[in-house]
Write a protein that binds this ligand. Structure first.
Ligand code: F6P
Length: 319
């Protein structure tokens, strides 16, 4: 293997830079050239890339986002788009590609693998909805961002006897909402995977209000409903003055946590080692503290199993 390509695709997250840096330095250490495609698959289609040296990856480890930038490419979703990408990769002499991203990006990686391009995927999505990895890149930093914000909101909520509905990301996944609820001692997590019993929620909050508690925090995953609707329901039912805070893209940025720096470094290193060992069509994942590769074709048809123990715990700890 003489040259590998790296790209980040889909929604960005903290820790992507650590993975890029580690993969680049590992490959260079083995005497393999590295190029970084700008804006994900779009960079492959446009031939927009940069030669990666240790200088390019200096000073990026502690920065959020992805310095290669990321995008979602409509053209790459089409057959002709993918054929063009493969042609460009061959013309550039790319012998292996590392794709860092979420489920859509890993589907793209599998398509390229099936077209004969050696690929290794790195799971990166704050939603933590990618199977065969305990944690995806970016999740830990996003959770730290969320708990910082919730703690701040709790202070002001307590000063005014208020309830807050705090919306976090997660279109189809309640992971961030559930884990943040446990970590902040929130009263309720509303997640897309479980139907919310609004009556039960209001009853519990009313009881809390009558006990003279000074605040209530409800964490809502974005895919589980509209924050303002939940707030209106609560306000009408129980008397707690209720406010809404939507955390939005704040959750995705910021300096990566130690966990994400280490995870990105381990993923990047292993991805290159696998390519050099002639492996392809796999995703690296964190399984019980060990980095384990899994076939992409298995990853993309699987669903991440719910962490029953944590879900049960969150129900007991609420209220
Ligand atoms: O997939 C990660 C994610 O952060 C989701 O939780 C969220 O719904 C989505 O990306 C937002 O995407 P965009 O950056 O396109 O607004």
């Amino acid at each position: 293997m003489k040259k590998i390509g790296i790209l980040t695709s889909g929604g960005d997250c903290s820790g992507m830079n650590a993975a890029i840096r580690s993969a680049t330095r590992t490959a260079l250490g083995h005497g393999v050239e590295v190029i970084g495609f700008r804006k994900g698959y779009l960079g492959v289609l446009k031939g927009d890339y940069l030669e990666m040296t240790t200088k390019e990856v200096a000073g990026i480890l502690h920065r959020g986002g992805t310095f290669l930038q990321s995008a979602r490419s409509e053209e790459f979703r089409t057959e002709p788009g993918r054929e063009k990408a493969v042609r460009h990769l061959r013309e550039l002499g790319v012998d292996g590609l590392i794709i860092i991203g979420g489920d859509g990006s890993l589907n793209g990686a599998l398509a390229l693998h099936r077209m004969g391009v050696p690929v290794i995927g790195i799971p990166a999505s704050i939603d933590n909805d990618i199977p065969f990895t305990d944690m995806a890149l970016g999740v830990d930093t996003a959770l730290n961002n969320i708990i910082y914000a919730v703690d701040c909101i709790k202070d002001t909520a307590s000063s005014h006897d208020r309830a807050f509905v705090i919306e976090v990301m997660g279109r189809n996944s309640g992971y961030l909402a559930s884990m943040a609820a446990i970590a902040t001692g929130a009263e309720y997590a509303i997640v897309p995977e479980v139907e919310c019993d609004m009556k039960d929620l209001c009853n519990q909050l009313r009881q809390r209000y009558e006990e003279g508690r000074s605040n209530a925090i409800i964490i809502l995953a974005e895919g589980a409903g509209r924050a303002q609707d939940v707030a209106d329901n609560i306000k009408d039912a129980i008397g707690f003055e209720t406010r809404v805070t939507v955390l939005g893209h704040y959750q995705r940025g910021g300096a990566p946590s130690v966990f994400d720096r280490l995870l990105g470094s381990r993923f990047g290193f292993t991805a290159v080692e696998l390519l050099l060992a002639g492996q392809t069509g796999k995703m690296v994942g964190l399984c019980c503290s060990t980095i384990i590769p899994t076939l992409l074709e298995t990853v993309v048809v699987s669903v991440k199993s719910p962490q029953d123990e944590l879900r049960e715990m969150s129900l007991i700890l609420e209220i």
